[in-house]
Design a protein around this ligand. Structure first.
Ligand SMILES: *Cc1c(COP(=O)(O)O)cnc(C)c1O
Length: 365
């Protein structure tokens, strides 16, 4: 008799909904028989990778018969220097989602409690549920994190609080004072994860200084990634800055060699490529302004964003609009999994891509 392998899985795994990645251009091109699909759905960097990252990967290819440096010394030395943090306070992971997993594995168990916000990044829910932990979801304020609500939600059994700043998929952002004020209210036994996947794009006033906060609060874990402004989504590499003790715990749990040698060298190369980051930020700032101006002209409501994407409101027509855009070869992200069925998230592209998107929206109206 065949066993039911869904029933045999842990309750956390049984109840998980799989993460839905954006459709790829290849899939859409195959379906429509076209060859120029534009994907503005996964917050990838429209510039392509830094030439320095490409060159680093090419020269590292000759050594892929060797295991990578399990401690990522080259990257940690550079980060430690650049950020002014101790090397022992850094953890390098296979994307920042691996770091989120490690945090959940380390600090969340059966029935233990984690807090995150309504419309917060969806992976927190997955990491919490897969460890059979309990999620407490706080109400959002203007689509963003309500830090007062979140602080009030903390109880004796709260182990981890997840905050994305800027937040995906809403693009909302928090100031240094807001995060500082929150940290002062959190008991030291509760761990706060400040997910800064888009921090390089945040050009609003009063940018949070997470490095400063990390020195003041040993229960803070700041996570960052090379997937967005640094243009290395496909290589899966990110890092955390935290207290030496938490870093030690996360490093013990991390699977050996989870960060491959090409990724580490590509990250080292792009960190030293100041022009690339400046260009990423500039293209994004101009693209966001272009999209905002176009959306205003079309009278389409949007949530102001500090990220490399913008979330628009299509009332009850979001799924129809998504399908119609797809027929025109444009991939954006419906937000039904976030309980935002009336919204679509659009990644900021190159000028011509943004223009194509705006023109397609205009024709649909
Ligand atoms: C894209 C994203 C990440 C990054 O994930 P990686 O695993 O580093 O590619 C993390 N957090 C948020 C909020 C994101 O949107």
């Amino acid at each position: 008799m065949k066993s039911n392998y869904i029933e045999l899985a842990s309750s956390g795994a049984r109840n998980l909904k799989p993460y839905e990645p954006g459709k790829s251009t290849e899939d859409l091109e195959r379906e429509l028989g076209i060859c120029n699909a534009v994907k503005l759905a996964s917050n990838e960097n429209p510039l392509g990778p830094s030439q320095k990252s490409i060159a680093a990967c090419q020269s590292a290819l000759a050594s892929v018969h060797l295991y990578p440096d399990n401690d990522s010394h080259a990257l940690k030395d550079l980060l430690s220097d650049k950020l002014g943090v101790e090397k022992q306070s850094l953890v390098v992971g296979n994307g920042s989602t691996q770091l989120i997993d490690l945090i959940a594995n380390a600090y969340l168990g059966d029935g233990e409690e984690a807090i995150y916000s309504e419309y917060g990044f969806i992976y927190y829910a997955i990491a919490v549920a897969s460890n059979n932990a309990k999620a407490k979801v706080t109400k959002a304020k203007n689509w963003g994190h309500d830090l007062t609500e979140m602080a009030n939600a903390i109880t004796e059994s709260t182990k981890v609080v997840f905050i994305a700043n800027p937040n995906n998929p809403t693009g909302t952002w928090l100031s240094h004072e807001e995060i500082l004020g929150f940290m002062q209210k959190v008991p030291s036994r509760a761990i706060v994860v400040l997910d800064e996947a888009y921090i390089e794009y945040q050009v609003k006033d009063n940018l949070p200084n997470a490095v400063e906060l990390h020195k003041q609060f040993p229960n803070l874990i700041v996570t960052r990634t090379f997937s967005k402004a640094y243009g290395l989504s496909g290589l899966r590499i990110g890092y955390a800055i935290t207290s030496n003790e938490i870093a030690d715990v996360l490093n013990r749990l991390r699977a050996p060699f989870s960060v491959n040698s090409l990724s580490e060298l590509a990250a080292v190369a792009v960190l030293q490529d100041k022009d690339y980051l400046a260009q990423s930020r500039l293209v994004n700032q101009l693209g966001l302004a272009q999209l905002e101006a176009g959306l205003k002209l079309l009278d389409i409501e949007y949530i102001p964003s500090a990220g490399n994407f913008i979330t628009i409101k299509c009332s009850h027509k979001a799924l129809r609009t998504n399908l119609e855009l797809m027929k025109k070869g444009l991939i954006v992200r419906p937000l039904t999994p976030y309980n935002m069925p009336d919204h679509l998230r659009i990644t900021v592209g190159l000028e011509a891509q943004n223009k194509t998107l705006l023109q397609a929206l205009e024709r649909l109206l």
